[in-house]
Design a protein around this ligand. Structure first.
Ligand code: CFM
Length: 533
């Protein structure tokens, strides 16, 4: 029985039929195989996904520091998503509201009589107290069910307070995971925020946006530090330590860097159509990947000074980490890992592991789509199901005023021939292979099974399964929140990541654990009427 069969073995016919296409064994590197992704999870299985509201409010809109993002729904939705994602933010203009949880605290009476008045009152209070640059309304499940017209409230607020207010119908049930919420948030930002400031485009300047970087543990700050050191101007970051204010100018940049393809590819594509801003898939996770990324950006702009500075900065950064890099490589070489995160990191982190000689034997995404596994070339073959059709796809037109000059066709093709991922993402599969396994939408049972089969030295995941993994005797670090550490991006970040990995693998604690169920049964039961005797 191979690993895949062993994982599927215990399933009933119906569950087997569903799960078999989500588990792929990769034999040869570079040969993508089709995987089932972005579909409904099997009810009853313990999975790690979030909901549509989580993707819209928590992931994409939440990090905007000068904006009040208000949860319209029962208090639990706002409360349980409060402060759980480590998207750090500064307060350069005195506006940073991300420590707060704004909610309308919808009650039974509101469900019966409607919550629109309450929403209006809540926004009024927030605007008067905090003076935000904008207000975003995020609806949760019950709001969609009772049919509150949040868009009407937003329009009223705009008139009354002269402030941008956008309502998002991102009810949790809208999609099969948080991925739906990313798309909804992308649409709103594109329609109402990006391009709303009336500035001038500076054609030849080295002005860039970083898309899909959420500044978890300070990753975005580390990227900005390097890019500025080279000589780039960062116009906007979407959306880590980002601001409504900066987003209004995003259309004036000359290149979009896409870090997390899954959560932001919609905006990248729409900005290409509307403003002719090229996007390039980058990766700042990993030493070799950061070097590749910096060189590709320099190649894109094709400017001697920028190229020179790029090499100088790479040299300086490499020198500053040389010793530690060697030490951690000597400790980690030959180890194996499992990586299971949302929709990008399971790919990105394989690169930093490779830097230190660690092989990824198990990988999977919670909610990515087939293109994140197989590459964007499969996009035309992805059949939209009813769940995906539920999410609006908006179309944009070229903007007469702000349409940029971008690369000419020849240069574009030349860069593509050099494997620069211009308007392209190759996906995770092409970097895997050799008997490794990929599992889409892992559940806890499957996690336990792959741990038993592959016995990796470490398994990276999140808070929902971390302790279950550790109870099985495997060290587990969180790759969503970085276990309160970070940044992990770029050169210095790679060292911090390696240090945490080293500390976890070399901690003897996990081998000493004897869970109680190993020595005695923890669940006892009786059959039939014995209890009532
Ligand atoms: Fe993109 Fe993210 Fe991720 Fe994501 Fe996320 Fe996250 Fe993630 Mo947690 S935007 S897809 S919805 S890289 S919150 S910062 S770590 S699951 S792999």
């Amino acid at each position: 029985m191979d690993a895949r069969e062993a994982v599927l073995d215990k399933y009933s016919g119906r569950v087997f039929k569903n799960r078999k296409d989500h588990i792929i064994e990769l034999d040869e590197a570079g040969i993508p195989k089709e995987i089932a992704a972005n579909s409904r999870s099997v009810p009853g299985l313990m999975i790690n996904r979030g909901c549509c509201y989580a993707g819209c409010k928590g992931v994409v809109l939440g990090p905007l520091r000068d904006t009040v993002v208000i949860t319209h729904g029962p208090i639990g939705c706002g409360y349980y998503t409060w402060g759980t994602r480590r998207n750090k933010a500064d307060a350069p203009d005195g506006r940073n509201f991300i420590q707060y949880s704004f909610s309308t605290d919808v009650q039974e009476t509101d469900i019966v009589f409607g919550g629109m008045k309450k929403l209006h009152q809540a926004i009024k209070e927030a605007v008067e107290i905090f003076h935000p640059r904008a207000v975003m309304i995020c609806s949760t499940c019950p709001i969609g069910l009772i049919g509150d017209d949040t868009k009407a409230v937003a329009a009223e607020v705009e008139k009354e307070f002269g402030i941008t207010c956008i309502a998002y119908s991102c009810e949790g049930y809208k999609g099969v995971s948080q991925s739906a919420g990313h798309h909804i948030a992308n649409n709103g930002l594109m329609q109402r925020v990006i391009g709303s400031a009336n500035d001038e485009v500076k054609e030849k300047a080295f002005r860039i946006n970083i898309l899909g970087e959420y500044n978890i543990g300070g990753d975005g700050w580390e990227q900005e530090r390097l890019l500025k050191k080279i000589g780039y101007e960062v116009v906007a970051v979407l959306t880590g330590d980002g601001s409504f204010e900066a987003l209004t100018h995003a259309h004036t940049a000359n290149l979009n860097l896409v870090q997390c393809h899954r959560s932001i590819n919609y905006i990248a594509e729409m900005m290409k159509t509307k403003y002719n801003i090229d996007w390039i898939k980058v990766n700042f996770i990993g030493i070799d990947e950061t070097i590749r990324t910096l060189r590709e950006i320099a190649d894109y702009f094709d400017n001697d000074e920028i190229k020179k500075r790029t090499e100088e900065v790479i040299g300086e950064e490499l020198e500053s980490i040389a010793e530690e890099r060697k030490f951690y490589r000597s400790k980690l070489e030959g180890k194996t890992a499992g990586v299971f995160v949302g929709g990008s990191r399971s790919h990105h982190y394989q690169n930093v592991l490779k830097d230190f000689g660690v092989k990824t034997v198990i990988a999977g995404y919670e909610f990515a789509h087939r293109d994140d596994y197989e590459g964007r070339e499969v996009l035309p073959n992805i059949k939209l199901d009813a769940d995906s059709k539920n999410i609006e796809t908006i179309t944009v037109q070229p903007d007469k005023e702000f349409y940029h000059v971008a690369l000419d066709k020849e240069r574009f093709e030349e860069l593509r021939r050099q494997n620069v991922e211009l308007e392209y993402y190759k996906g995770m599969f092409k970097d895997m292979g050799d008997g490794t396994i990929t599992v889409d939408d892992f559940n806890h049972y499957e996690t336990e099974k792959v741990l038993d089969i592959f016995k990796p030295d470490i398994f990276y995941s999140g808070i929902k399964d971390k302790y279950m993994i550790q109870k099985k005797g495997f060290p587990s670090n969180q790759l969503h929140s970085y276990d309160y550490s970070g940044p992990y991006a770029c050169f210095k970040g790679a060292i911090t990541f390696a240090r945490n990995t080293y500390l976890s693998i070399y901690a003897p604690a996990w081998k000493m654990i004897v869970p109680p169920w190993r020595t005695k049964p923890t669940l006892e039961g009786t059959m039939g009427d014995e209890n009532y005797a």
